[in-house]
Design a protein around this ligand. Sequence first.
Ligand SMILES: Nc1ncnc2c1ncn2[C@@H]1O[C@H](COP(=O)(O)OP(=O)(O)OP(=O)(O)O)[C@@H](O)[C@H]1O
Ligand SMILES: [Mg+2]
Length: 383
Amino acid sequence: MWLRTLRLENFRNYERLELELSSSLNTFFGPNGSGKTSILEAVSFLAVARSLRGSGDSEVARWGEAGFGVGGEIVSDGPARSITLRYAKGGTKDVTVDGEPLAKLSNLVGVLRVAWFCPEDTWITKGGPAARRKLVDLTLCQIDRPYLAALSNYRRALRQRNEALLAWTPDEESERVVEVWTDRLIEYGSRVVATRLTMLPRFSEAVSRFQKLVAGGDELTLRYKGSVALDAGRGGAPAEGPPSDAALDEDLVAERFRDALERRGDEERRRGYTVVGPHRDDLEVLLNGRVLRSFGSQGQHRTAAIALKLGEAAVLDTDGHGVVVLLDDILSELDDRRAGALVELVGGHGQALLTSTRPMPDGVVGGEPAASFRVEAGEVVRQ
Ligand SMILES: Nc1ncnc2c1ncn2[C@@H]1O[C@H](COP(=O)(O)OP(=O)(O)OP(=O)(O)O)[C@@H](O)[C@H]1O
Ligand SMILES: [Mg+2]
């Protein structure tokens, strides 16, 4: 699946734009403020009906205009599909697929899948566990509907259980309420953890492969650091190393989760919140066996975050449906060798759109049939 044409109308600094894209790598070069990121942002509207740059719809409409439009043609196994999205300020956002209006914007999800990567994403490896849990959750939610349901039920159970723990007094009624939510927490939480662990080997394998291709010798590995010990025995320490096959079993996770909650029951009642569960878990990123977060250089973080994002794209593409990779301004902190390897890699993998203020290093082609565009103040010219 790839995007063959992209049309913009009154979108950011573009009054009108129509592009024919390549099915492999498309690079957009141009000075700061010329309109490169805006092109990727427009693609994100076709995929998820909103800006993956994080802007509100009204900020996207060209200054002085009452709205904007984005259109595109998607090529996949079947007949090509066309998407149009129109936004009118103060009004509505309408999407049509093959001319048919969509009743709900969420029905658009899946027609065009994208993985967006920008410089701020280095927080995936630099920041706390929340950023990494978010990456895992967003990836799984796009491809696994039962996971999405389990995760939202888990969050609800967690909220209710925390309220019950906060209000807890040493009597039967209080205890009964906590127990009701404990059962729910375990039911959904063990599904969340088991699904994450099932996906992990595929994700980890893809991430190490991409890391090797981009950075050469460095070994990048992922390790699920659960707040519930999943290895054999009843030690309270977090699980270390890759979980055994048995740990992927939901029932076993549930059993361990219950043990952990029982062990820390007094502490939870004292503190008034839930101290173990998938909401406290981490996905550790290790470079050559060391936790990258604590020592990585700027470029090492950048490279690792790219490998994680490409791994995400590979997991999103498990069913072979294809995913468009959007890489915004990621070459700036990579040396020429890494930048070249990355460009060759994404070009050979599927469709990618990449922005940069500097031209490609010499000799970098980016797969066939790569396309290169020059962007200058809202004008785009194919080179
Ligand atoms: N709603 C809008 N209407 C018109 N112009 C806008 C609007 N929003 C942003 N711009 C302008 O559009 C231009 C394109 O922004 P964009 O972020 O796409 O640039 P860029 O090429 O990615 O730049 P950089 O290399 O600095 O990241 C900028 O000059 C910006 O000031
Ligand atoms: Mg930009």
